[in-house]
Design a protein around this ligand. Structure first.
Ligand SMILES: [Cu+2]
Length: 145
């Protein structure tokens, strides 16, 4: 992690308390699967991995979201299983983060994200560490309306 959590805890409470609550969203897509078309596709920092992000809802909305990362080798396209994936939601413009969502490995290089709380509108980054057979990172970023 680049950003320590503890010094921010008090700030996060203050910021969260200032946010109006939004309507709860479906935990996962109703048909048991994310959309076929990714919300975005990125290369990892080292350039060896391709990472597709799907979200529910798609595009992400203010409040609790879920999502799925699909990690494959850029070279050959093989899915990359066996990673430990941790995601720190981060708002760079305001220099604060949010709580880590739950990430559950599935097969086919997929990692399902639940309880992704994007509690403010604005630009969010998902600062994602990928640790296992390889160590890499990726940070999808997008505007939450
Ligand atoms: Cu913010």
């Amino acid at each position: 992690m680049n950003q320590p959590q503890t010094p921010l805890a008090g700030l996060l409470l203050v910021v969260a308390a200032g946010c109006s609550s939004s309507a709860p969203l479906e935990e996962l897509p109703p048909d048991g699967g994310f959309l076929a078309t990714p919300f975005m596709t990125l290369k990892s920092a080292k350039g060896d991995l391709s990472v597709e992000l799907r979200s529910w809802p798609q595009p992400p909305a203010q409040g609790i979201n879920s999502g799925e990362l699909t990690v494959t080798q850029v070279d050959g396209g093989a899915p990359v299983d066996g990673l430990t994936v941790s995601i720190q939601p981060w708002m760079p413009a305001m220099d604060h983060g949010g709580t880590y969502p739950t990430v559950t490995a599935a097969d086919g290089g997929r990692y399902v994200i639940t309880n992704l709380d994007l509690y403010m509108p604005g630009l969010w980054q998902l600062r994602t560490n990928l640790v296992g057979p390889t160590q890499d990172n990726v940070a999808p970023e997008f505007e939450v309306p």
